[in-house]
Design a protein around this ligand. Structure first.
Ligand code: GRG
Length: 301
């Protein structure tokens, strides 16, 4: 195992890809009738197109911190990635961000059509709940129920989808720092928070550790968003594999817009220090998680 977070992500992402492949096979499961080829192809386009797999790898590494690494963890991790992929497919639609490029490739509605992209997003979202409730995820049905409910709340109207609503309402409108923090902690932060929390729950960690990892997820969630806002201002479309400069174009208030890049980098430094303090009790066992937190801040796409 390597401590280079980039290489480690690439290594772990292969397991995520392989599991997503099997989940998105053309064979219908019991209770399903057929998986229509065009819908399946669009779902595969949205999910198997080279994402960094940061969220599932966070689930895997958090579970690993408490001694669990198996196929059930991988399935839970993939459930979260399916939700993330659905959100990107819908976010790219003309009615939302109207993007032609995602992960360096045509967005799903460009490669297929809008109706197919809407259905592909719906079906990825639904599949996530099929996967997270699978018996392999945890032997105890009560834990599977907890993970499922928390996933619904992280991604639904009080989480990611709600954050997207608040973000859409932000266009060409003044927002206070507290309002921006709130919408970002819902839109982007909720899934990253869930990733770290779910890993600890999957591994039956004590509640105090689940709380500690939840705070770690919140801290890296905010760091992820600040880094993303900086990249939107400073990085090229080629480096990002998607259009940049979109926030300013849409007149969206961001923390980088409020603070400027110098203060934003300073805040990022403080968040990384807090993340490291949270991981300190786990010593070298948390080296990968700590490296991933740094990667989030230093990433270039
Ligand atoms: C449509 C319900 C609904 C929600 C959309 C997350 C989101 C809400 C929209 C994405 C818009 C966006 C670009 C937000 C910035 C942060 C973000 C989620 C970036 C993409 O995540 P990465 O960098 O992407 O982890 P990869 O491609 O590596 O998976």
């Amino acid at each position: 195992m390597t401590l280079d977070p980039n290489q480690h992500l690439t290594f772990q992402a292969k397991f995520v890809e392989a599991t997503l492949e099997t989940l998105l096979a053309d064979q219908a499961l019991p209770g399903e009738q057929v998986r229509p080829p065009r819908l399946l192809a669009a779902m595969r386009h949205g999910a198997l197109n080279g994402g960094k797999r940061l969220r599932p790898v966070l689930v895997m590494e958090t579970a690993n911190l408490f001694g669990r690494a198996d196929d059930g963890v991988l399935h839970a991790a993939c459930a979260l990635e399916l939700i993330h992929c659905y959100s990107l497919v819908h976010d790219d639609l003309p009615a939302m961000d109207d993007d032609d490029l995602r992960r360096g490739q045509p967005t799903v509605h460009k490669a297929y059509d809008e109706a197919t992209a809407i259905l592909a997003g719906d079906a990825l979202l639904t599949l996530a709940f099929d996967v997270i409730t699978g018996e392999a995820v945890h032997a105890d049905a009560a834990v599977r129920l907890r993970l499922s409910r928390e996933l619904a709340r992280a991604s639904g109207f009080g989480g990611m989808a709600g954050g997207q609503m608040l973000d859409l309402e932000s266009e060409h409108r003044e927002r206070t720092e507290a309002e921006i923090r709130q919408l970002q902690s819902m839109k982007t932060g909720a899934l990253l928070r869930y990733a770290c929390r779910a890993g600890a729950i999957l591994a039956d960690a004590p509640e105090a550790d689940i709380d500690r990892l939840t705070r770690f997820g919140e801290v890296i969630g905010l760091a992820f968003q600040l880094a993303d806002d900086l990249l939107d201002v400073e990085a090229s479309t080629e480096a990002m594999g998607k259009a940049t400069g979109k926030d300013a174009e849409a007149g969206k208030a961001t923390l980088v817009g409020l603070w400027g890049t110098v203060r934003t980098r300073d805040e990022l430094g403080q968040l990384i220090r807090e993340a490291e303090t949270l991981l300190a009790p786990y010593g070298s066992r948390a080296a990968i998680l700590s490296a991933l937190a740094r990667f989030i801040v230093d990433r270039t796409n």
